[in-house]
Write a protein that binds this ligand. Structure first.
Ligand code: NI
Length: 257
């Protein structure tokens, strides 16, 4: 039986406020049996846990995205430490660096990233990393925590960068971007990537794959990513669904349905 694990979603987004229940009711009939809902700040970390309590197929990650780095201090980390004790919390994330938008000064982003990597290390939990235009600095901080593993979500790097990520034992998450016509780099990486390092994700409500590009994304679109990667690797969509769900279950310590 083929089923899918969406390794990165944001159902707490206001873009699901009107119809969140109806959308989530479509998961089972569309063979989406596991979803990692990822926090971006304190409020969405709480909401992720609430969703995981409400739906047995949803798991939660807690943490502050680089956009929220200004709010990360010892007290905030302590709150995440408490939240991470919840049995449905399986990762710290999303954390990282974003030098593209740079809403928060780089030094503060780095500090917040380090503090949350240290928390993941202390709790022996995986991390979900957001990295945009901060390639070298992200690897530098990752290298300070060699015991931590995780995923570079919405992978956007070159083949050379992918090799650095894989060398460190991290996974790479592919979104709908892989289906875009101009996705040369992501395609190159997905063609090369060791199968045991591959994850698929929607990052919904963002990043809808073709032919839904520009629309609100949800996890029922995940088979498009699997199909695309299957084509690149000469495997069946079912095989990619299986490989990526087993990788996600292994990374997040989540059981099969
Ligand atoms: Ni995200």
């Amino acid at each position: 039986m083929s089923w899918y694990f969406d390794s990165h979603a944001h159902y707490d987004s206001r873009r699901f406020r009107e119809d969140q229940q109806q959308v989530l009711a479509q998961m089972e009939p569309n063979h989406v049996r596991r979803i990692m809902n990822v926090g971006c700040d304190l409020a969405s970390s709480y909401t992720s846990i609430a969703l995981a309590e409400q739906y047995d197929f949803i798991y939660a990650a807690v943490g502050s995205h680089p956009d929220d780095a200004a709010n990360v201090d010892e007290a905030r980390v302590e709150e995440y430490r408490q939240l991470a004790r919840h049995p449905r919390v399986r990762a710290i994330g999303e954390i990282g660096l974003d030098y593209y938008y740079e809403d928060v000064p780089r030094a503060k982003q780095q500090e917040a990233f380090r503090m949350q990597m240290a928390l993941a290390q202390e709790l022996s939990m995986p991390v979900i990393i957001h990295q945009r235009d901060a390639y070298e600095d992200a690897l530098k901080i990752v290298d300070e925590f060699p015991a931590v593993r995780g995923v570079f979500h919405c992978f956007s790097g070159s083949l050379e960068y992918a090799k650095e990520v894989v060398k460190r034992g991290y996974y790479m998450g592919f979104t709908g971007v892989i289906t875009f016509k101009n996705a040369r780099k992501a395609v190159e990486v997905a063609q090369w990537a060791p199968l045991n390092r591959l994850l698929i994700e929607t990052d919904c409500p963002y990043m809808a794959p073709e032919p839904f590009r520009g629309k609100r994304c949800d996890s029922t679109m995940l088979p498009r990513m699997a199909e695309k990667i299957a084509g690149l690797r000469g495997l069946s969509t079912e095989e990619i669904a299986k490989i990526t769900r087993e990788n996600a279950m292994e990374l997040f310590g989540v059981d099969a349905p």
